[in-house]
Write a protein that binds this ligand. Structure first.
Ligand SMILES: Cc1ncc(COP(=O)(O)O)c(C=O)c1O
Length: 476
């Protein structure tokens, strides 16, 4: 398929502008372009067909089941998009004075109130644009806290090996040394190892909970106490909050800082590179370190406040505001009961699939899971030569987006499923039947599996070639 640039022909376009009725003004030669700007010149009909073709070549949530583990590809109600598209939200400018955007500031203040209530935190910033960005922000807050007390020896962040990959990366970006604590046979943090690792150089712990094998750590209160007793702070990666919201709160489990992924749990699509939001919440004693600016209510109107010991700005202005609008719409729409029900359904759906598949497939750390579970195809690969990648490609041919492959790293030949709360029993049954029939077919059709997918717009890609010979720019 040609790129839109390749479809471009000089002089074509979509807009017919009226004749100018203001005097011509020429910019200084010094600041004008010397070469032509490469913008595609394409008629509206060709643009429309181009994007329709692209849509047909992708598997989106509207095409079918999309159980991408850890990424929460759930269906997001259209009403949230509609509200976020209202001109009063969409057409404001971040440099408008506070008195002219009181309604928008009220949205941020209310989103903060509800998300603090859901997470058990006291203060929240909406500046971070993604989960990993929130993690870095939280880590910088933890660093600022220790340094403000003159405690510079705390240079280590402890990260369980079942944490999301961004956790150690964020700690490293915050200039900490990461220390990995292993999981035990149940997929939880090895408590004895944790005790050995903590000390007066521990700045804190970053815990993904439920973790990347879909397990809620049953020793969570003990874990946070061990860190606090050593003088460290506890960071909760709450990107998987759709498994626990309305049931338990990180703030009640001993966590001091938490981030959430609004673009997973609170109704903005995850993935696709669209705008996200990874708000960070913290307990009162850390609020003065939060990024600028914090929306506060004073004498019946809203204003911006500068936290006294702020770590500064982590993104321009107020973060991705429209994502916050969608999150607030979602929360108000489904209410406290809906929040709880969403978590319960996310967990129920994952366990329903897990239980039906566990008779055939090897489930890593089998037992009641939270919102996701991990299958290991190590045994199948040894027996038949069919790998997790082959099964994933075969699923594409059958109309299901494959789950996350080869993650988490602690499970070999991993396929990580997150069915999400928005899928019906019928969809789950269909997916389970398909997975069972694929397992059966794998027993004596190795070659056919290596060839898959056969029916997708592009066949199996040369992943090694793509990684070794990166082509990131289109050459005009
Ligand atoms: C548990 C967990 N933590 C952190 C992240 C990082 O979030 P983001 O991709 O928005 O940076 C993700 C991503 O899905 C995640 O699943």
């Amino acid at each position: 398929m040609n790129l839109i640039f390749e479809k471009s022909r000089t002089g074509r376009g979509c807009s017919i502008l009226p004749k100018s009725d203001v005097p011509m003004y020429s910019l200084d030669d010094k600041i004008t372009r010397k070469t032509e700007l490469h913008l595609p010149q394409v008629a509206e009909v060709d643009i429309s067909r181009h994007y329709t073709q692209l849509i047909k070549r992708t598997h989106g949530l509207n095409n079918g089941f999309y159980p991408l583990g850890s990424c929460t590809m759930k269906y997001n109600p259209k009403v949230n998009e509609e509200i976020a598209s209202l001109p009063a939200f969409k057409k404001i400018h971040p440099l408008q004075p506070a008195h002219s955007v009181q309604g928008c500031m009220e949205v941020i203040a209310n989103a903060e109130k509800y998300l603090c209530e859901i997470s058990g935190m006291d203060s929240m910033t909406f500046q971070p644009a993604a989960g990993a960005h929130g993690e870095l922000t939280g880590i910088l807050i933890i660093k600022a806290y220790h340094e403000a007390r003159g405690d510079f020896k705390r240079t280590k962040i402890i990260v369980p090996d079942a944490a999301h990959g961004t956790n150690p990366a964020s700690a490293t970006m915050g200039n900490f040394t990461t220390v990995s604590v292993p999981s035990n046979a149940e997929g939880c943090v090895d408590i004895e190892k944790l005790r050995e690792l903590v000390g007066d150089d521990t700045a804190g712990l970053m815990l993904t909970n439920p973790n990347t094998v879909g397990i809620f750590d049953k020793n969570i209160l003990e874990i946070t106490k061990i860190i606090h007793d050593a003088g460290g702070l506890n960071y909760y990666d709450g990107a998987n909050l759709n498994a626990v919201m309305g049931v338990v709160r990180p703030g009640d489990m001993g966590f001091d800082v938490v981030h959430m992924n609004l673009h997973k749990t609170f109704s903005t699509p995850h993935g696709g590179g669209g705008p996200g939001s990874g708000p960070v919440g913290c307990k009162k004693f850390l609020a003065s370190f939060m990024p600028v600016y914090h929306v506060v209510e004073r004498d019946g109107s809203y204003d911006f406040d500068m936290p006294a010991q702020t770590i500064g700005s982590v993104k321009a202005f107020y973060g991705n505001f429209l994502v916050v609008v969608k999150a607030l719409t979602y929360i108000l729409n489904i209410g406290a009961e809906g929040i709880l029900e969403a978590s319960q359904n996310a967990v129920l759906n994952a366990n329903y699939m897990r239980a039906l598949l566990s008779k055939t497939y090897d489930i890593a750390f089998d037992g009641i899971c939270m919102h996701e579970f991990v299958i290991s195809l190590e045994g199948l690969k040894k027996k038949t030569g069919v790998s997790a990648l082959d099964v994933a490609k075969m699923l594409l041919d059958r109309g299901i987006h494959p789950p996350t492959m080869y993650f988490p790293l602690i499970v070999h030949e991993a396929l990580m499923f997150e069915p999400t709360e928005t899928e019906s029993k019928e969809t789950l049954d269909e997916a389970v039947d398909l997975l069972l029939s694929i397992y059966e077919a794998a027993q004596n059709n190795e070659e056919q599996f290596h060839q898959a997918p056969l029916h997708t717009p592009v066949r199996r890609l040369d992943e090694v070639g793509a990684a070794r010979n990166l082509v990131l720019r289109y050459q005009f």
